[in-house]
Write a new protein. Structure first.
Length: 288
């Protein structure tokens, strides 16, 4: 994201970038010859301004960038599926950074002392496992993992008065509602099928996990249709299938094999459309 601002009749461009670990954003002022990444917008703007004009005038970075303008923030968040939020537990301020389907990819963090030093605790849920990483001055100190949030927090030896689920932030109504809304939110429309970024996110959220269960013979096929009312089409297809009139499939085959074949057709159609979208996006419709 790049924002152009004007201070003292001089135009400056501030760029928001990802920092190492993608936990917090970084800010770069393109007028700064050093192109240094700062941890706050205020620091990036004030340091660059001071170098250019040799004075100590200070500005509020978020205000200068327009982040306190409701119209600007609404426009920036118009197509954002999730916006991070904070949960307060006594003196702990837990930041919910990322969500995920069935909790996979969930990420939260907070500041607390570890071995007498102020530290950043990063909590992750991946592949049904719970992880805790502790950072001191950007350096990861210890790393813990276990199959439950309570067990993994027991390994740290601190904050023993709190349940692990509370420290992860996954038992609060705000988090539960956010996870529900995330799971129910649409990923793309028909007009976005040529958008590689959107289609990649759709694949990650809705189809990637199904490929593995197909290979294990554990998948349940889904019926996709463009019809507003799919009940009649579904009934007709079920009748044709039971009469052994669809693709010559013998309905005496084991049920999981028949379901596998149906789901594989869906996945093959998706990949065909996905590859065509990539080709069109790179070359244009006229392939130039």
């Amino acid at each position: 994201m790049r924002v152009q601002i004007e201070l003292n009749k001089t135009k400056l461009i501030v760029r928001i970038v990802s920092t190492e670990g993608n936990i917090n954003p970084g800010y770069v002022c393109e007028s700064d010859v050093d192109s240094k990444i700062y941890l706050s917008a205020s620091e990036a703007i004030n340091k660059t301004y001071n170098k250019l004009f040799n004075n100590k005038t200070r500005y509020s970075g978020p205000s200068v960038l327009g982040f306190d303008n409701e119209n600007i923030t609404q426009e920036l968040l118009s197509d954002v599926l999730f916006c991070h939020f904070k949960i307060t537990v006594d003196k702990l301020s837990i930041l919910i950074i990322e969500l995920g389907d069935d909790m996979i990819g969930y990420l939260s963090s907070f500041m607390y002392k570890y071995q007498g030093k102020q530290s950043l605790f990063v909590q992750k849920i991946e592949s049904k496992y719970y992880y805790i990483e502790v950072f001191q001055k950007k350096e990861r100190v210890p790393f813990y993992s276990d199959f439950s949030p309570t067990k993994v927090w027991e390994k740290t030896g601190i904050l023993k008065n709190y349940n692990g689920r509370i420290l992860f932030g996954i038992e609060y109504p705000a988090t539960i509602n956010a996870l529900k809304n995330y799971a129910e939110s649409p990923i793309c429309s028909m007009n976005e099928w040529n958008n590689i970024e959107v289609m990649s996110e759709a694949f990650e959220k809705h189809l990637k996990w199904k490929i593995s269960v197909v290979e294990l013979g554990m998948a349940t096929p889904e019926f996709w249709t463009c019809s507003m009312d799919s009940s009649s089409e579904s009934t007709a297809l079920l009748y044709l299938f039971n009469k052994n009139l669809l693709n010559g499939v013998d309905n005496k085959e084991p049920e999981f094999i028949k379901k596998n074949k149906q789901l594989k057709v869906i996945i093959e159609k998706f990949w065909k459309s996905f590859k065509e979208a990539i080709r069109v996006n790179k070359c244009g419709l006229d392939e130039k």
